[in-house]
Ligand binder design. Structure first.
Ligand SMILES: *Cc1c(COP(=O)(O)O)cnc(C)c1O
Length: 353
């Protein structure tokens, strides 16, 4: 039996959280003299067309936004945490479960660089078990690498930068056998042909699923990331998070934007068409060695001379991501799918080169 209590850092278990003024009383009360806000003025009156009430602190638990997300994702509100980007959720996971200088996390390169950076910021030792040649986790080596201090395993599916989904059986097997917290980052799941694992896994006692509004939902500027997990884990996030971590402006705009599932799906269709077209055109270029199949909104491409290609693109003011230093990604650039015009510009530059 998985015993969550054993995995919570001692100081977090004993923490008396900050009780914010707004978590104790509701909006229905009328005279708010509890939070040292400015009752005289409202910043929003200075910005045309902006929602009133900007002189007040935001809802610390983002009730309405969570109801909206719950409707879209099919997960109860009590199993949702909203962070200032998924990066905040990742940071909180380290702070809740890992004692600095003592505990360990397993990550599987090549993968999202922030897992290691945030581990380092929190002084948590990083154990790297590289993905295999097909960019799948090596579950045998992962299991052998787990020791008494291994509190977390991070998997990213679809994986950034390789673009592939992680084999579901491997995720399910790790979820069932790892006595620790398995984090599955689904930042790009909307671009994939497969269903999210969130509905299957959110109620497992040792699994956290991460998603974001930054990619498919086109809200990177609002900074809204989501963690889906069992109620006891969500309670820990709420205990540790800064009280007002999501601004009123972000909450209001995300609530409105989430009504437009149809528009998001239209964008998705266009992105997938462009992904196929770009892959297909790239495959005709002689110095393209390999195009990795993608379930995300980018493609990883191996070139015979990626440095020259990178430079040629830059000279045409096109910025892509050089991932050639990542294991298994020698000679590779990661290209985000742009608009049709932007993708054409990439292709023209490469064909001329
Ligand atoms: C972009 C990205 C995120 C970050 O999302 P934010 O919500 O914008 O912080 C998380 N995980 C992966 C793998 C990403 O590529």
């Amino acid at each position: 039996m998985f015993d969550l209590d054993r995995f919570i850092r001692e100081n977090i278990k004993n923490l008396i959280p900050y009780a914010s003024a707004r978590s104790e009383h509701s909006r229905k009360d009328e005279v708010f003299l509890d939070a040292n806000e400015n009752s005289m003025g409202d910043f929003s009156t200075m910005v045309e067309g902006f929602h009133p009430g900007m002189n007040r602190y935001p809802d610390p638990f983002q009730k309405v936004l969570k109801e909206k997300i719950s409707g879209v994702k099919g997960v109860p509100t009590g199993n949702i945490f909203i962070g200032n980007g998924s990066d905040e959720a990742i940071d909180l996971i380290f702070r809740i479960f890992c004692s600095p200088g003592k505990d360990r996390v397993i990550i599987c390169p090549p993968t999202y660089g922030m897992y290691e950076v945030i581990a380092n910021i929190n002084d948590v030792r990083v154990c790297k078990v590289n993905l295999d040649s097909r960019f799948q986790p090596d579950s045998k080596t992962i299991m052998e690498s787990i020791d008494g201090q291994t509190k977390l395993i991070f998997l990213c599916s679809p994986n950034n930068p390789s673009g592939n989904l992680v084999n579901r059986e491997i995720i399910n097997r790790l979820a069932a056998s790892f006595n620790g917290i398995l984090v599955v980052d689904e930042a790009y799941i909307d671009f994939s042909g497969e269903k999210s694992l969130v509905e299957d896994l959110y109620s497992r006692p040792n699994v956290i699923i991460l998603q974001t509004l930054s990619k498919a939902w086109a809200m990177a500027g609002l900074r809204i990331g989501m963690a889906f997990a069992s109620k006891p884990i969500i309670d820990l996030f709420n205990k540790v998070k800064p009280p007002y971590n999501i601004s009123t402006a972000s909450q209001i705009m995300a609530i409105k934007a989430l009504n437009n599932v149809g528009i998001k799906n239209q964008w998705l269709r266009t992105i997938l068409i462009e992904r196929d077209r770009l892959s297909c055109e790239l495959s005709r270029i002689s110095y393209v060695i390999r195009i990795y199949p993608s379930d995300a909104n980018y493609i990883l491409v191996r070139f015979s001379d990626h440095n020259q290609v990178y430079k040629a693109l830059l000279e045409n003011k096109i910025v892509v991501r050089d991932r050639s230093s990542y294991p298994g990604c020698e000679g590779c650039l990661r290209i985000t799918i742009g608009t049709r015009e932007e993708n054409d510009r990439v292709l023209e530059t490469l064909k001329r080169f």
